[in-house]
Design a protein around this ligand. Structure first.
Ligand SMILES: Cc1ncc(COP(=O)(O)O)c(C=O)c1O
Length: 237
């Protein structure tokens, strides 16, 4: 399974958990997928997970076109970019969002998968642990659920009801949280970007980001200067 090399431990761990092998795709200085390396490695994988790390979205036009042409399924790990749009759209066939406590929506733990594919939804709900026909509580897609009943393992991976209750009232706050995060990020990026030693990667043309933090690269420094910078920065935390 192809995943970005700039990642977080949960991502390759999820691949191992699914009994697959993580294959790392190079990322550039702007933290995004290197499309050349992606194209090179795509023929040797069965699926792709794209994590938009820290809200820096990879070129989804190129990635989706390559995956479609190769008939390789694409999952977006949107743990870091809830609220982002790409060419004014929320994109992707399968998107996964985290509700862990550091994320834009905080339920303590848990998350959600979104897709418009009835079979994927039915399979995911059954496999999440819809014991004893509990999928019947969902008022939709009963045809798809019935098709998969008794054909899949049932893991105990449900979002618990308490977490779901915590998320519901936060949904109305998404737009403001995204707007504030973007404003704060762009304000700080404008100031940092004036420093000759600091490069803050720009947004891509198609992306409207939802940053919850800021990342930058140091330019023109020796290793000793970089260590000095990071050492001093650490004392400010
Ligand atoms: C990029 C990325 N993907 C996935 C996850 C996993 O999310 P969860 O902790 O909800 O499983 C995280 C967690 O922080 C993450 O940073």
């Amino acid at each position: 399974m192809l995943i970005p090399a700039f990642t977080f431990a949960a991502v390759p761990s999820s691949v191992l958990h699914a009994d697959c092998v993580p294959v790392l795709c190079e990322c550039g200085d702007d933290y995004r997928i290197n499309i050349e390396d992606f194209e090179k490695k795509l023929p040797d994988v069965d699926a792709v997970i794209i994590s938009h790390m820290r809200g820096h979205n990879s070129d989804m036009d190129a990635i989706m076109a390559l995956c479609d042409a190769a008939d390789v399924p694409l999952i977006e790990d949107a743990a870091h970019n809830l609220g982002t749009t790409w060419a004014d759209r929320n994109i992707g066939k399968v998107g996964c969002f985290s509700f862990q406590s550091y994320k834009l929506l905080n339920a303590g733990e848990g998350g959600i998968m979104v897709t418009d594919d009835a079979d994927l939804i039915a399979r995911a709900i059954i496999m999440s642990g819809a014991y004893e026909h509990n999928w019947q509580k969902h008022p939709v897609l009963h045809g798809a659920f019935a098709k998969w009943q008794n054909k899949l393992p049932l893991y105990n991976l449900r979002l618990n009801t308490l977490s779901a209750a915590l998320i519901r009232p936060q949904l109305d706050a998404i737009a403001d949280r995204v707007k504030n995060g973007r404003r704060n990020h762009d304000h700080d990026a404008g100031i940092l970007g004036r420093c000759q030693w600091i490069v803050v990667p720009n947004a891509l043309l198609q992306e409207n980001r939802a940053p919850d933090s800021i990342q930058f690269n140091l330019r023109g420094m020796t290793d000793i200067q970089v260590d000095d910078f990071t050492g001093q920065a650490a004392t400010l935390v």
